[in-house]
Design a binder for this molecule. Structure first.
Ligand SMILES: Cc1cc2nc3c(=O)[nH]c(=O)nc-3n(C[C@H](O)[C@H](O)[C@H](O)COP(=O)(O)OP(=O)(O)OC[C@H]3O[C@@H](n4cnc5c(N)ncnc54)[C@H](O)[C@@H]3O)c2cc1C
Length: 431
């Protein structure tokens, strides 16, 4: 049990965040029965890599966002709380968090911060209101509702209105941008049976920059074959009603019709990362990520760890395996399985991205790479393995059969379930 002391609870370990890092830490602590309290601004554990599939109707939202309480229900020494952590008193080891019932305080023996990152608009925060992002389950639902709306309205519209309604621009050709662009084409051809325009805009010289070489080339050619207009070395300079202005590296500017703009470029760690930086004196990089010590501790505080997307260490990528491995690493230090101050080393098992149905790229290392159907099957297997919970895995496999072997989109059945979303909305505290 956690103790209450002068209105302040006490916990051996407090984990902040129910994402990949927080969940991995909780599971590892549980192996030694360490008492912990996990506080998160959202009630679910969100499998972000599949958000684009919720947005494009392949999966239902519950399949990638199970309640964190359910996942951890067998942890006898673990408790979960819905709340947004707003302050930390590092000298006295006390956190303040906001709950629907008002502010609460908790004293920690050890703190594991895993609050992730949000979208970066590179100084153009006004773009946030003009674009759809993909960071939270509500983002995916909003984009899905927009896709459903434009295709429905386009059905009976005159040709010019239809062209306008079915114009999509996706900004950022990382894995998410490529996946969304590919799916928007597939949706139009195989589900709505209408013609849309999809433009993918990337500031770097290639799509999927971390893959590079032949894999980036393969991805670009596959997208172009499916009808996506790919613009590399190109930056978005303005977004206004129905139009995106882009400028290429050689200075040529042009405007592209865009009823729907999806923003998937760049990350910014603000929020709790900044709170922690101010409280501990830890430095941050330009993206606001904490420059943590090699053992994942923060500043001069051996009792505070930060992991995952809110941090930057040794150039490791902002990906779920890094967050999970860091979560397990700091939990091992806390439960005495690794000596204090052991540096974290990332084991890179490779990266993968889907381009469209039956087509993906997988890079295990600089020598072992796959493209096409084999890479797609590997992607499927890895994602089934990492999805949390047997029921979710089964439901996802059934949805994938419907969407990829058939031409259905089971996720769109959910659009009408407004009361469910509203209930969840009330439970949510914006993180
Ligand atoms: C669309 C998309 C696609 C991606 N695709 C891939 C992929 O294919 N492969 C891959 O490896 N990675 C992918 N990633 C990256 C991967 O999801 C992240 O690296 C991973 O989620 C980081 O885990 P985390 O624990 O650091 O943060 P997150 O998983 O983001 O979790 C953060 C948690 O902190 C909580 N929180 C935030 N602020 C507070 C606060 N103040 N108080 C309390 N709780 C708070 C949030 O509610 C959330 O539960 C993708 C990301 C996105 C957005």
């Amino acid at each position: 049990m956690q103790h209450v002391d002068a209105g302040i609870e006490t916990a051996d370990v407090v984990i902040v965040g129910s994402g990949f890092g927080g969940l991995a830490a909780a599971k590892q602590l549980n192996k030694s029965g360490v008492r912990y309290v996990l506080i998160s601004g959202t009630p679910e554990h969100l499998f972000q890599p599949l958000l684009y599939q919720v947005a494009t109707g392949v999966l239902a939202s519950d399949e990638i966002a199970p309640p964190i309480k359910n996942i951890l229900r067998n942890h006898k020494n673990g408790e979960t709380r819905l709340g947004k952590v707003t302050a930390v008193d590092a000298a006295n080891a006390v956190l303040t968090y906001e709950t629907p019932e008002g502010p609460r305080r908790i004293r920690y023996g050890k703190l594991i911060a895993a609050t992730g990152a949000s979208q970066s608009y590179f100084g153009r925060d006004d773009f946030a209101d003009k674009t759809f992002s993909l960071k939270t389950i509500d983002d995916a639902r909003n984009l899905r509702a927009q896709i459903e709306r434009v295709f429905e309205q386009a059905k009976d519209a005159d040709p010019e209105t239809r062209r306008r309604l079915l114009s999509f621009v996706v900004v950022g050709a990382g894995a998410t941008g490529v996946e969304v662009a590919g799916q928007l084409k597939e949706l139009a051809k195989r589900y709505y049976r209408q013609e849309d325009t999809v433009t993918l805009v990337e500031g770097a010289g290639v799509v999927l920059p971390p893959f590079g070489g032949g894999l980036s080339e393969y991805a670009k050619e596959s997208l172009e074959r499916s009808g996506v207009d790919v613009l590399v070395d190109t930056f978005v300079t303005d977004i206004e009603d129905g139009k995106v202005t882009v400028k290429s590296k050689d200075g040529v500017e042009r405007r592209i019709a865009a009823e729907t703009v999806v923003w998937s470029a760049g990350v910014q760690a603000g929020g709790f990362a900044q709170v922690l930086a101010d409280a501990t004196g830890c430095e941050t990089d330009r993206a606001g990520r904490l420059l943590i010590n090699p053992d994942c501790t923060v500043g001069g505080h051996a009792d505070i760890f930060a992991i995952g997307d809110m941090t930057f260490l040794n150039g490791y990528p902002g990906q779920s395996p890094v967050a999970m491995q860091e979560g397990r690493h700091v939990a091992d230090i806390i439960r005495g399985k690794k000596p204090a101050a052991t540096p974290f080393r990332y084991w890179d098992k490779g990266s993968m991205a889907v381009i469209s149905r039956f087509s993906a790229v997988t890079k295990l290392n600089d020598k072992v790479k796959f493209t096409g159907f084999v890479a797609w099957v590997a992607w499927l297997a890895v994602h089934i393995y990492y999805l949390v919970g047997f029921r979710n895995r089964l439901a996802a496999v059934l949805s994938w059969l419907v969407a990829f072997i058939g031409s259905g989109r089971p996720g769109f059945n959910e659009v009408e379930k407004a009361p469910l979303a509203t209930t969840r909305e009330k439970a949510r505290i914006a993180a």
